[in-house]
Write a new protein. Sequence first.
Lengths: 272, 277
Amino acid sequence: MTNAADPVQGTHRRLQRFTPVERFSRWLVLLLVVSAIVVSTRHVQIIPEFLYDAPEQMLDLLQRLWPPDLSYYQIGVHEALVETLHIASLGTILALILALPVALFSARNITSNPVLQVLAKFILVSSRSVNSLVWALLFVAIFGPGTLAGVLAIAFRSVGFVGKLLGEALEEANMGTIEALSATGAPRLSILLKGYWPQVKPALWSIALFRWDINVRESAVLGLVGAGGIGVALNNALNTFYWDKVSTVLLSIFAVVIIAELVVTEIRKRII
Amino acid sequence: MSVTGNGTTSASDPRGLGPADAAAGVAKSMRIRGLFKEYRPGVPVLKGIDLDLEGQGVTAIIGPSGTGKSTLLRCMNRLVEPTRGEIIFEGQDIVSLNRAGLRRLRRKVGMVFQEYNLVERLSVIENLLCGRLGYVSPFKAWLRRFPAEDIDRAFELLDAVGLGEFAQQRADNLSGGQRQRVGIARALMQAPHILLADEPTSSLDPKTSVEIMELMAKLAGERDIPVVVNIHDVALGRRFAQRVVGMSEGTIVYDGPPGGLTDAHLKEIYGGEDWLN
């Protein structure tokens, strides 16, 4: 902070960025960060020997991964990959349907009932705070291993994301338009369909595409807990130490994620 | 005043065409008595407004910002909830209507807004049809299955406001003046028995402002309905209104013909006098 003295009479004024108290607290924060690093490092008990030979191990693994067994793609990957895409797409569609009422209840300009609002906020938060793998474990326990568990895991994980963003889009709608439609004596459903819907439509498409892109990636690992898709193939290859097959699976996932990203970017460009 | 229920009105005139209403002898008047509005308890914005609006012609409400003009206008269709008082329109007290009753009554009150308040992403013709949302079921509105006579009427009105060739354009492609024309046409689609306009020209240039006021006065005149305009441009208000209501601090301090409005009145309404010269 600069000295507030009159600039005319000042000969040598000192430029002081921080007050003593500020300087002291900055040092304090630094001290806390350093001690946190020290304490946590000691707590996790890193075994130095494992660290020293890590480069060696890494090289070894890469040698086992390379070259990938591309013939495995037709046998064990392709179908699982398609299943993964199905899980992602169905999960996203289901999430959109489930998120719609939640978003409507969470938007303060649409729902004035505090109980419904709290309920909606609770659903949004709980959906997002549980990882999709955990959701998958839950649904595998209920419905048994397979695609259905995967679809539901993706859907329940996505409801929070889609619902929150859609709710925010609804809250950002121009209220003047809504006021004008109310003034015509339009029923609430008509106001939703003709006032809010045209305003949030672009946002909804954008959210859906974005979430689908995320879901393609998320559904690739769901198989690790038995919820179908390419994760199952990955898990099988890992458990049997067929590293050349593992690399084929990993390359396939990588390719699909890139393609999904490209497709989404292209569609967004065209519709928005 | 003669009392006509909504049911009879819409039954005798399903298309809701203005001149037909006049022939049916419907009294298009609004009577406001003792209207109070407090946004915060103990701080009234409207302090007991008494006002009768009837017949044909433009009534301009003038007054400084924050004096309650907009609140008064919005109380008339309960976009703002009055604290107490009564507003008799079509034989019913708007203030005490329930939700369904209010919705039915609002269909007869057209409103034009300062910021036009169109559905920007819909086409011009669809914006006009939004004026019929009070009559069309949500499902049919969603499927865009409006009655043929509504669609005919929308095109007629679009021609009447001079935007015939813009029917399929999206509303956000239009200029401010064009949007306000759409706003007026949308309000008239309701076949209203009164037209409220809240600062309809404040976002427009002077030339367009005059055109918009001319259009509103003309179309409302053809339909024989009262028009109430909040306007801060005193000259514009004087030019188009047959009656001027001056408001100051939540009360009406002048109510009469524009010719009777003197500098003394303006001084009372706005305070100060330097601006008058």
